[in-house]
Design a protein around this ligand. Structure first.
Ligand code: BDR
Ligand code: CA
Length: 314
């Protein structure tokens, strides 16, 4: 089977880390690189989390540094989402410090270079603020024609988790999201409408307890952290980012609708809001396939299987 080439762009983050594990053991895809962005926690942590994780999993994949700030929006130095992900992004998980080095190229350049190399077949899994992708698009006019699909976690047709109208990834860098949404690249949006229903439960962690691999240990540890976090009144074990991966490789667990989507880049209450024209009231052509329904048990089962794959030779 020819594996689909992917780059994962992320702000790792507890649920990003689980999405990365799932992607690395997903038989359908080949992760060509992981690129880091400021988001859940500052870039100095997200980049090292990616490097440490990849080395701990024993994978030889380039990890690139990326944008340390949003394009325009206010930059929060410490603690963007540290209440959810812990001060360094991986909860209380401490991975050994990687000995290998970061890729020579910065994220936006690596994305472009690999897109050219793959001749239009490259797909992007974007699970943090979209800064790196927007920079790449602003730098390279021909990039839209070289990316096959963007699968992103971000936004919501209804509501938000940072403000009543804005979801975190989009709220951190609305201008970047605007650039990406207007690029013409085919894309799928996996937002809070579905990700807030994508919670893993104790039963899933119990299934993974016997998976005695680095991947199994990382995911079990992160899930335990999330269950504890839930008890302190914070977010449940929501798999926002792994669900975006599922949209690409296991679409059976989601129902999507084609809609016109854009982002509010200003406004008293609506900064970072994803405007989703479900009723086609604007007359604008749909640019995004928006996930609106999820079969949660199906998704959880799939995710457990991806982690279990680490015990086989994929
Ligand atoms: C998104 O924000 C981050 O906290 C998660 O990693 C996810 O990508 C959910 O709003
Ligand atoms: Ca994320």
């Amino acid at each position: 089977m020819t594996k689909r080439p992917f780059i994962i762009d992320c702000d790792t983050g507890t649920d990003d880390a689980i999405a990365i594990v799932a992607a690395l053991y997903c038989p359908e895809i080949r992760v060509k690189a992981i690129t880091s962005v400021n988001g859940n926690v500052p870039h100095k942590y997200t980049s090292w989390n990616n490097l440490n994780l990849v080395e701990y999993l024993g994978k030889d994949i380039p990890v690139a540094k990326g944008a340390v700030k949003p394009i325009i929006g206010p930059f929060v130095e410490e603690g963007n989402a540290s209440g959810v992900h812990g001060s360094t992004g991986l909860g209380d998980l401490e991975l050994p410090v990687a000995k290998r080095e970061f890729a020579k190229r910065i994220a936006s350049e690596l994305i472009y270079e690999m897109a050219v190399e793959e001749k239009g077949e490259l797909e992007l899994l974007v699970i943090g603020p979209m800064t790196n992708i927007a920079i790449a698009l602003l730098q390279h006019e021909d990039l839209p024609g070289l990316i096959k699909h963007i699968w992103f976690m971000g936004g919501a047709a209804r509501g938000g988790n940072v403000t009543p109208t804005a979801e975190f990834n989009i709220w951190v860098d609305p201008e970047a999201a605007h650039v990406v949404l207007r690029s013409g690249i085919p894309m799928t949006m996996v937002g809070l409408d579905v990700t807030e229903k994508a919670a893993m439960i104790e039963e899933d962690a119990a299934e993974l307890h016997n998976v005695d691999t680095p991947a199994g240990r990382v995911v079990t540890h992160l899930l335990e952290f999330m269950f504890h976090r839930r008890k302190t009144g914070s977010e449940a074990a929501l798999m926002h980012d792994a669900l975006a991966l599922a949209s690409a490789v296991f679409p059976q667990c989601l129902k999507c609708e084609d809609c016109f989507v854009d982002v509010e880049c200003r406004g008293t209450y609506s900064y970072g809001h994803t405007f989703v024209d479900r009723r086609k009231q604007t007359g604008k052509a749909p640019n995004v396939s928006v996930a609106l329904e999820i079969d949660t048990p199906m998704f959880r089962k799939w995710l457990v299987e991806m982690v279990k794959n680490s015990a086989k030779e994929v």
